[in-house]
Design a protein around this ligand. Sequence first.
Ligand code: KIV
Ligand code: ZN
Length: 521
Amino acid sequence: MSDNNRIIIFDTTLRDGEQSPGCAMNLEEKLRMARLLDELGVDVIEAGFPIASPGDFEAVYEISKAMKTAAVCGLARAIKADIEAAGNAIKPATDQGRGRIHTFISTSPLHMKHKLQMSPEAVLEKVEESVKFARSFTDDVEWSAEDASRTEDDFLCRTVEAAIKAGATTINIPDTVGYAVPEEYGAKIAMLMDRVPNIDQAVLSTHCHNDLGLAVANSLAGVQAGARQIECTVNGIGERAGNAALEEIVMAMRTRPDMLPYTNKIDTQRIIKTSRNLSAITGFNVQPNKAIVGANAFAHASGIHQDGMLKNVQTYEIMTPESVGLKESTLVMAKHSGRHAFRTKLEELGFELDDNALAEVFARFKILADKKKEIFEDDLIALVEDEVIRHNERVQFVSLQTQSGTVGPQVADMVLCVDGAEQQARVEGNGAVDAIFKAVRAIYPHPDARLKQYQVHGITGGTDAQAEVSVRLEENGRTVNGQGADSDTLMASARAYVNALNKLLIRREKQVDAQVRHAGP
Ligand code: KIV
Ligand code: ZN
């Protein structure tokens, strides 16, 4: 296989992924994810949109300092201030020859007319100007034609040629609204390979959204037509229906080299770990039937399948669980398990915790083990995820007493720690859960937020099962998801609501982000 078949994996979990409702991350969380992505072997990490907020700038800057092998990229509109911010944020990586600026402008008639209110000629000028300016910060410049899949071929060819002439080394062809179908998207890439005279001086890249569930298929069609970079996210997170899922793309290439003879640098055995840590950090779980990383992806429940599997695993298994880092393990932790075994077990499950976090999870494990007869792996995963998502929260859950029943008022007596100071509220409600949520609001008012969803499910079977609660809040069009787990459903509800509130606080900082992203040029 020649080097011509090497695919650059450009991960945008921390930029496009983080833009999606419920996936906001703080600086420490972004850094943790970036390290995991670096270890996973992605070639480029798009770490954020530096002009969008001071938090985004800082995250890109810190990630630029911390990455060991991956290139670090900052997003910028075709605006000088954006490009300057991106150039400054990636400086530590640029100094090591690994800093990229990704600048974009819309090229479709619809976007140029209604979003940018600019003529095609004016857009073309901006393309040249922005790429040239970006090149004054780094030699590694990526240019994107936003809404490329709905752009007229002739104009797309002109902009791509101009961007390469101005110094772009990667040309990205986004299917921004997830409208394309594979044959069409592949044809677009082939058309550019064929018609743009200087196309050999740049790498063509795919960036596909999943609105029709075709993001991965479109990306692979793009590669088959000549693209050599794929932009994707872990667990497929991203705006609306998300982006192409990294794990699906990588495992498709690995499982079907006959049809997809391409190489990449991903250590597939780290996929589960990266996926789980992202879910834990964002509180955004993947659906059980999600390809590669869903809880059922390697479960063979039906009798026929199990029988076939016992005779020959290949009857129903096209890739092994080990190849994505799922370790077979039946060890169930018991009440008397020690801290060392506990740590080993968590490592096996893909979690690495610092000593403080480990101590907290271990303490909660002991309490759970007292209440619950058997502790399953899913119990441990829920405990860790609950602990990880709470790490560094501005508002921390401390304690809760509730009074409920058919007679008398339902009351929640709650203590939260807000920015390091404990505060208490005793509030009556229309039911215990209502009282709990009102108590959080009494301690930390957020009158514009509306509760959009409240869901409870049992993690394992039995009446002593842990409950996992998810809470969705919406404030001025921004949606956040909070999660909480506990053997007591009311406690899990309080934790989930407090987690959602913390996510809201991060989202507020990022308000500028959304405005900036959807403004021109
Ligand atoms: O979807 C899109 O068009 C984008 C661009 C900024 C590359 O995310
Ligand atoms: Zn996108």
